[in-house]
Design a protein around this ligand. Structure first.
Ligand SMILES: NC(=O)c1ccc[n+]([C@@H]2O[C@H](COP(=O)([O-])OP(=O)(O)OC[C@H]3O[C@@H](n4cnc5c(N)ncnc54)[C@H](OP(=O)(O)O)[C@@H]3O)[C@@H](O)[C@H]2O)c1
Length: 251
C-alpha cells in the first residue's frame, strides 16, 4: 500500500483525508495540531507520526499543507530522500522555491478548492504532471496538469475564484431569503442552478456564445439581470479581482 505523509494537519489536510478515503492509501500525519490529528486517526484510520521528520521517513510521497507563510522554512529543516515525491498545496510557493527547500526530492505543486475535494468532486491542478500524484488528486476530483510555471500560476487563482463563489452564492441566497423564501429553499435553488449550469458547460459540445444566445434571450429577464450587473461594473470587476490574486501568488 502506498504511504502518503501529510505535513500540516489542518483544514486542508482534513478535507483531503476525507477525499482520498477508500482510495487505498495509508496516511501518516504530522503531530502538531493534536486535536485534528486524533480526530482523523479515529474517523479515517490515519496514523500520527512523532515528528515532521518521521512523517517524511515513513512516506513514499509527502503532501504539504503547511501554512503558506512559514511552510517553506519548515521544509528546509527536514531531510528528504532523493527522488521522493513531494506535493505542495501551499498558496504562493512555486516549483522553484519548493525544489530549493526539499533538496534531492521530486517537487510538484497543486491547488484545489478543498471542501469539494472532500466530497470527491473538487478539481485540482498539478504542475508538473506526476504519475505518483495524479491518482492521489484524482481520488478527490478531476485533475488538470500544467507543464509550465506561468500557466499553472494563472490557473492557481481558481483557489480564490472557488472561495469567492461562496460569497456570490451567499449574496444571492440572502436576497431570496429577504424576499421571503425559506432559507433551505433559497440555498437549494441557488446551488442546484449553478450545479446544473456547470454541467452544461462540462458536457455540452457548444461554444459559450452559442449557449449564451440560447439562455439569454433579447428583452428577457436574464438580459435585464446581466445588463444591470454590467452597468454597475460587477462583471468586469472579476477581471481586476483575479488579476490582484494573480499578482499576490507571483504571476
Ligand atoms: N483550506 C483550503 O481549503 C486550502 C485549499 C488549497 C490550498 N490550501 C493551502 O494549504 C495550506 C494549509 O491551509 P489550511 O487552511 O489547512 O491551514 P490550517 O488549517 O492553518 O492548517 C495548517 C496546519 O499546519 C500546522 N503547522 C504550522 N506549522 C507547522 C509545522 N512547523 N509543522 C507541522 N505543522 C505545522 C498548523 O498548526 P497550528 O494551527 O498549531 O499552527 C495547522 O494545523 C496553506 O498553505 C494554504 O495556502 C488550503
Amino acid at each position: 500500500m502506498t504511504t502518503i505523509g501529510i505535513l500540516g494537519t489542518g483544514g486542508l489536510a482534513a478535507l483531503m483525508v476525507r477525499g482520498v478515503q477508500g482510495a487505498g492509501y495509508r496516511l501518516v500525519l504530522s503531530p502538531r495540531n493534536a486535536e485534528v490529528a486524533a480526530r482523523l486517526a479515529a474517523d479515517h484510520g490515519c496514523e500520527v507520526a512523532a515528528s515532521n521528520q518521521a512523517v517524511v521517513d515513513a512516506a513514499d510521497g509527502v503532501f504539504v499543507s503547511l501554512p503558506a507563510a512559514t511552510g517553506a522554512d519548515e521544509l528546509a529543516r527536514l531531510t528528504f530522500r532523493p527522488g521522493q515525491p513531494v506535493l505542495s498545496a501551499m498558496a504562493g510557493t512555486g516549483l522553484a522555491k519548493l525544489q530549493s527547500v526539499i533538496g534531492p526530492a521530486r517537487p510538484a505543486v497543486s491547488m484545489m478548492p478543498g471542501y469539494a475535494n472532500a466530497l470527491g468532486v473538487g478539481p485540482s491542478i498539478l504542475h508538473p504532471d506526476d504519475a505518483f500524484w495524479r491518482p492521489f488528486l484524482a481520488a478527490t476530483g478531476p485533475v488538470q496538469a500544467f507543464a509550465d510555471d506561468a500557466s499553472f500560476t494563472i490557473a492557481a487563482t481558481f483557489g480564490a475564484f472557488s472561495g469567492a463563489s461562496f460569497a456570490f452564492m451567499a449574496q444571492a441566497i440572502a436576497w431570496y431569503e429577504a424576499q421571503g423564501l425559506p432559507p433551505a429553499t433559497a440555498r437549494a435553488l441557488v446551488a442546484a442552478t449553478l450545479r446544473g449550469n456547470a454541467e452544461v458547460l462540462l458536457s455540452e459540445d457548444r461554444t459559450l456564445p452559442e449557449i449564451a444566445r440560447e439562455v439569454i434571450t433579447p428583452g428577457g429577464i436574464s438580459e435585464l439581470l446581466v445588463a444591470t450587473l454590467t452597468e454597475r461594473g460587477t462583471l468586469t470587476a472579476w477581471d481586476e479581482a483575479l488579476t490582484r490574486v494573480l499578482r499576490r501568488i507571483g504571476g
